[in-house]
Ligand binder design. Structure first.
Ligand code: IMP
Ligand code: MG
Length: 177
């Protein structure tokens, strides 16, 4: 029940913003002024994508896709495309950077990479705020990762528990009291 939920700060807002600035600097260097197309996964990666985009001086184009694999605190492993606001003309021949909130089992990113590759991008990389490599059920490696965590369930900075807590300014861990 909601009143029994306690959220403790795992990563502070300051640490998150600092790390995002570091990733932005790395991306800026790697893409050397070329336009980057962000394919942002809805809804969780929106907060991270906006902050990251603002910290990058190269031109950035935004496309959005919503995939679904997660219900409550347990991954189902079935990946479906719920909504796509991706212009195919903005993929073919372009440098694509998928922006994700969390890489967990790896299945969502594996599927999305496969879908984007079918549209022949010039390059394709994945940038995720959080990585939980110990939770993989398929092998997957992100190209840019903000923070590496164990298997704790987190909320905030776009990450939700049943659509709640996305707008927390920190990354928090949920504990049931
Ligand atoms: P997977 O890598 O296919 O298992 O799924 C990753 C997606 O599951 C992420 O994009 C999140 O939306 C969701 N997810 C995984 N771990 C967490 C968590 O700790 N908190 C909130 N959502 C999570
Ligand atoms: Mg997600």
């Amino acid at each position: 029940m909601e009143e029994n939920i306690k959220i403790s700060v795992l990563i502070s807002e300051e640490e998150i913003r600092k790390r995002i600035r570091e990733i932005a600097a790395q991306i800026e260097k790697d893409y050397a002024g070329r336009e980057i197309t962000f394919v942002v996964t809805l809804k969780g990666a929106v907060f991270f994508a906006c902050e990251l985009a603002i910290c990058i001086s190269s031109p950035i184009n935004l496309e959005f896709v919503q995939l679904s694999s997660y219900h409550g605190t347990k991954s189902t492993g079935e990946i479906t495309v719920k909504h796509s606001i991706v212009d195919p003309d903005r993929i073919e021949g372009h440098d694509i950077l998928i922006i994700e909130d969390i890489i967990d089992s790896g299945q969502t990113m594996q599927k999305l990479k496969e879908l984007v590759l079918q549209q022949h991008p010039a390059s394709l990389k994945v940038c995720s705020l959080i990585d939980k490599p110990k939770c993989r059920v398929v092998p997957f490696e992100g190209d840019y990762v903000g923070f590496t965590l164990n298997n704790e369930f987190i909320v905030g900075w776009g990450c939700d528990l049943d659509q709640k807590y996305r707008n927390l300014p920190y990354i928090g861990v949920i504990s049931q009291e």
